[in-house]
Design a protein around this ligand. Structure first.
Ligand code: M6R
Length: 618
């Protein structure tokens, strides 16, 4: 939650920081702010609203755009409502120190009371303004440099943070630190300039060299000098490891699409192919997953698998449960990371924990991993963001390689997570002998066809758009699916809720008669996944039950289906594939449907209200 970015070097910092904030807006977008230093004084501009609102304030005022040092922030409110005053950056009482912060200082109230006793005053309701004044107080009392003051102050706070701090008295220096929230430092040639950001996207066109801070690390960034990293609690000096960025500018731009979400939906054939690359080896009849190969015994001897995740990733985890139990015959439990971390779960050394996260930064998932490790479990990560906290915290894992996902509503992250889980289930099933050779070969070939099938499926966009126009004014919707497609029903409902704000519920189709059927009337659209597999006849009966209560049915069916077509109000066809692989196809029309409804309702598709792309707070 919240994006922070900063620049120090010979260029004008304003365009770098503003463009950087736009790229980080997926992390939060209820207020934005920038501080520039032109060698004379601080220029602080901040406002409730988006970065574009901030630009409106600064655009006609050259003074506000001057300076070679800038720090900026785009906010997702935690302490204090979104308003101009609570927006970052925050300045200390002395007017010397400036801070941007992503995270939460849990003991801010106690510190604030103490600072008030010492004469400090506060303009905002934020924990961040408390932190910058605490740094000022420490600096004054200890008579130390800024880096040391930040370190000492952080040692007395409880919570999570990624911060960037500037001191007017030291205009060639920035201090950054992290605990629980990410921070990347882009390094210019010969240390002549530095870029700081919550991820590398704000500086990808300026440098490919970056240092990612680890938790508990603080960096002193001084022009003309190598970045110095220290451990916050014990002052240990750490060698900063400079990594080469793989990210390209095209990947983080809209590429001609109206929204990132639409672009990301259309990127799925490529994203799935990238997930397969080097892993799905059809010719060799083999699935190569280094994470499993290196810890084969752990998986083969596992008593059970516990999947921990949140939101869409949790839905992918549910698909994983069906896949792993069906193919590899390993008992699986799927847990909300937020519940798992606090409910004193039974975890043993023979459990394999699979943590799924697009961002790799979700606070609850990270905490669940830490708990599982403390209790001796082996933890496997499925992440999209390379080098993210979860990727680093897990023992091993598999990257989805979906490329940057910027739309807040997850799309390609979901299908690529399912792709990895399918590869894992097939591989383990093969190794355990629970999938016969012939079946395995059939699956490999069917998997291989998925990217082209998704490509073909995307051609139905106009048809889905038409259906969206018919149901866009619904106030409630039901999503039903069975077996592998029950989690897809949950995901379809979540997609609609989060970007169109229409209430939607996902249910296992057979559960409908235990309650939700009471909701059915002529105003209630039900989206049913009714592909021609295992439970087809039963789902057809559910459809009949809805129709006989005047409900509207939009069915996702297998190509060539006649039965459902005769009953449903609208049908969307998906290509034929193995039942276990259908989630990779049935998901696509539901994503398109939510997208079009949200666009037709004039909603902000990529930045829905109250949400943020990565939830790095509890
Ligand atoms: O980055 P993660 O996969 O850990 O994020 C988990 C959820 O916050 C995320 O899936 C959220 O539910 C999305 N907005 C869904 O579209």
């Amino acid at each position: 939650m919240c994006g922070i970015t900063a620049y120090i070097g010979p260029r004008n910092a304003y365009p770098i920081v503003i463009n950087g904030l736009k790229r980080l807006e997926y992390r939060g977008y209820d207020s934005a702010g920038i501080m520039l230093f032109d060698g004379q004084g601080l220029q602080l501009s901040k406002t409730k609203g988006k970065v574009s609102d901030l630009e409106e304030i600064t655009n006609n005022d050259e003074k506000r755009k001057n300076g070679n040092i800038g720090i900026g922030h785009t906010r997702w409110a935690t302490h204090g409502v979104p308003n101009d005053t609570n927006s970052h950056p925050h300045v200390s009482n002395s007017g010397e120190l400036v801070i941007v912060h992503n995270g939460i200082i849990e003991n801010y109230d106690t510190i604030k009371k103490e600072l008030i006793k010492r004469g400090y005053t506060f303009k905002s309701d934020t924990d961040t303004e408390v932190l910058v004044n605490l740094i000022q107080e420490v600096k004054k009392n200890e008579g130390c440099k800024l880096g040391k003051a930040v370190q000492l102050a952080l040692n007395s706070v409880i919570g999570a943070y990624a911060i960037a701090v500037f001191d007017k008295a030291k205009p060639d220096e920035l201090i950054v630190a992290r605990l629980g929230s990410p921070i990347a430092i882009g390094i210019g040639e010969n240390n002549s300039e530095f870029f700081i950001a919550s991820d590398a996207s704000p500086f990808v066109e300026y440098t490919k060299n970056a240092v990612y801070l680890e938790d508990e690390e603080l960096a002193i960034i001084k022009l003309g000098r190598e970045v110095r990293v220290r451990r916050i609690h014990n002052d240990e000096l750490i060698k900063a490891s400079v990594q080469k960025l793989q990210l390209s500018l095209e990947e983080i731009e809209k590429g001609g699409y109206d929204h990132f979400m639409l672009k990301e939906i259309h990127e799925q054939p490529k994203a799935i192919t990238d997930t397969f690359r080097g892993r799905l080896l059809v010719e060799q009849n083999f699935i190569k997953l280094l994470g499993i190969d290196s810890y084969r015994e752990k998986f083969l001897n596992a008593n059970r698998v516990i999947i921990v995740a949140c939101g869409t990733s949790w839905h992918a985890g549910l698909v994983g449960e069906y896949l792993l139990e069906d193919m590899a015959r390993i008992p699986v439990e799927v847990e909300y990371a937020s519940e798992f971390r606090y409910r004193n779960p039974v975890i043993t050394e023979n459990d394999v924990i699979i943590a799924i996260s697009q961002s790799g930064e979700t606070a609850d998932t990270l905490a669940a991993i830490k708990l599982a490790k403390e209790r001796g479990a082996f933890v496997y990560g499925i992440c999209n963001v390379v080098g993210s906290s979860i990727a680093r915290e897990t023992h091993t894992g598999t990257y989805t390689h979906a490329g940057p996902e910027i739309g807040v509503a997850s799309t390609k992250a979901f299908t690529t997570q399912i792709t990895v889980l399918t590869l894992m289930a097939l591989k383990l099933g093969r190794e355990k002998g629970t999938i016969p050779e012939k079946e395995f070969v059939k699956y490999l070939n069917a998997m291989d066809r998925i990217p082209q099938q998704v490509e073909k499926l995307l051609e139905i966009d106009e048809h889905v758009k038409y259906i969206a126009s018919v149901y866009k004014d619904a106030t409630n919707c039901l999503y039903l699916g069975r077996g592998f497609n029950f989690p897809v029903a949950l995901e379809g409902a979540l997609k609609l809720k989060e970007i169109s704000y229409i209430h939607a519920e996902g249910y296992p189709a057979a559960e409908m008669k235990h309650g939700p059927i009471a909701l059915i009337d002529e105003n209630m659209p039900t989206f049913v996944i009714a592909t021609k597999h295992g439970h087809y006849e039963k789902v057809v009966s559910n459809i009949q039950e809805i129709k006989s209560r005047s409900g509207k049915i939009i069915a996702i069916v297998t190509e060539g289906d006649i039965t459902v077509k005769e009953i449903a109000d609208h049908c969307i066809e998906i290509p034929e594939t193995e039942e276990a692989l259908t989630p990779l196809l049935t998901t696509i029309p539901l994503q398109l449907l939510s997208y079009h409804i949200a666009v037709m309702l004039g909603k902000n598709v990529d930045q829905p209200r109250n949400l943020a792309k990565s939830v790095t707070v509890e």
